[in-house]
Design a protein around this ligand. Sequence first.
Ligand code: SF4
Length: 304
Amino acid sequence: MQLLRTRLLEWYEATGQDFPWRTARDPYFALVAAVCAQQTQMSRVLPTFERWIEAFPTLEAAAAASNADALRTWARAGYPRRALAIRDAARICEEQHGGRLPSDEASLLALPGVGPFTAAIVRCFGFGLDAVAVDTNVVRLLGRLLGGDLQPARESSPRDIERWARELLPSGEAARWNPALMDFGAAVCLPRPHCGSCPVARWCAARPAFEAGAEAIPLRRQAAFSGSDRQRRGTILAALRDAGTPLTVRRITARLGAATPEEHARVRMLLAALERDGLLWTDAGWCHLGEPPTNRRRDDERGV
Ligand code: SF4
């Protein structure tokens, strides 16, 4: 076990990625990065992270952001509820935790947009605590290495993955160890693994099967984005962001190419869903980005 840990850490020192949130020891940076990374490829996380931190460099600045400002900053990063989740989490920290992110897991998990992975990232990168952060790359690596499963996302039990992650974690090293596993899973123990150049192959339970020519069963592909309601929601928000002013419902309907009564009904349904999520509001046939003025926090309510 010790040698295996050493090899993985050596690999990370030589080839790991040097993202700002990994070394800043700033819980807010860690929170923003982890939320940006949810359901998103790592290559797309950095630009969103940098844009957000430039606009809202502190937890206090994030707490003061309006829905519209948060959504403009989030831009086309996808799943825009995440922008509001960071802002709402910042407000809760302001109101309940003295303007700081809490370090204990239960309090972090009570924040919007924070699940076990995000809580672990905040705890290990932000506070230097020993927490295990398990993403899809880590599941694949641990399930193969210790369980001998070829497609761990389907074959390994979450309980086993969690146990292996805790057993392997070197004490006091979580801020290096977690990114080492994530990067290794993303670069070496890929869906089609590079066992021939793997520095921990000699300890890997799945290696014999891969070397005998076995292949991991592909995971089900995500539903197509093109033509989906997710794409239409993105188009509506992008139109409002780009316009910088309210747009008529009629114009948005035209932008989506809705022609039939069914398509018009679909647009109305999408607008209602976006309004429920706090991403836009409608009034007398006009669409506005963000939330209605009556919902916004007034400065005097924040004491500034
Ligand atoms: Fe992954 Fe292959 Fe290395 Fe095992 S030997 S950890 S399957 S890359």
